[in-house]
Design a protein around this ligand. Structure first.
Ligand code: ADP
Length: 197
């Protein structure tokens, strides 16, 4: 029964690591970015509302994002644990998530922060643009996403650091190596009694 978050800038390999970590910890990974992209490609109402924000590298409005996560957290497959990827991204979303989890009687166990230098992130984005063709993987949109990350998501990291829940992981190496580092760091963190317990 593990409830985890993973936070990291665009290009940090957050999605890749989320999948691998979720498998290791035996919980489903929930990526708000993936959910939005699926909805955009299926042209659902949510997708049509979100598409422009994704293409511009802007955050989808909180009202849509919070409602999406709130619904998803009630699904049967998440009652025994989950790994959230891409949410919360703003201080407001942290407060929303706190409320959602409290109403379900849940609490997070750890928050993984993946980091890598901006130059590494941009280089990876260029490679991914060639491989995957994501509409938000152009240099301009990528820089906007990175800028938003530094401006807004930094606060999210600070909040969880203040709660003593942050597990920093160096995301600048090869994917397999990062997974090993992350698993070791999270397991060590979970095995260490919390000072608040
Ligand atoms: P990346 O981390 O590479 O930016 P994601 O797949 O996590 O990619 O997110 C892609 C896009 O989905 C974001 O740029 C944003 O438009 C939207 N999105 C995902 N999560 C959120 C969120 N929590 N709040 C607002 N928008 C979000």
């Amino acid at each position: 029964m593990t409830r985890l978050l993973i936070i990291g800038p665009p290009g940090s390999g957050k999605g890749t690591q989320a999948e691998k970590l979720a498998r290791h910890f035996g919980v489903p990974a929930v990526s708000t970015g993936d959910i939005f992209r699926t909805n955009v490609s299926q042209e659902t109402e949510l997708g049509n509302q979100a598409a422009g924000y994704l293409d511009d590298g802007d955050f989808v409005p909180d009202q849509l994002t919070n409602a999406l996560v709130k619904d998803r957290l009630l699904d049967a497959d998440l009652q025994e644990g989950f790994l959230l990827d891409g949410y919360p991204r703003t201080a407001t979303q942290v407060a929303e998530l706190d409320t959602m989890l409290a109403s379900q009687g849940f609490a997070l166990d750890a928050v993984i922060e993946l980091s890598a230098p901006d130059a590494v992130l941009e280089q990876r984005m260029r490679r991914r643009a060639a491989d995957q063709g994501r509409t938000d993987d152009t240099v301009d949109v990528f820089r906007r996403r990175l800028d938003l990350y530094h401006r807004e998501t930094h606060e999210v990291v600070s909040v969880y650091a203040g709660r003593g829940m942050l597990v920093p992981v160096d995301g600048s190496g090869e994917p397999g190596e990062i997974t090993e580092l992350a698993i070791a760091a999270v397991e060590k963190f979970l095995a260490t009694p919390s000072p608040r317990a």
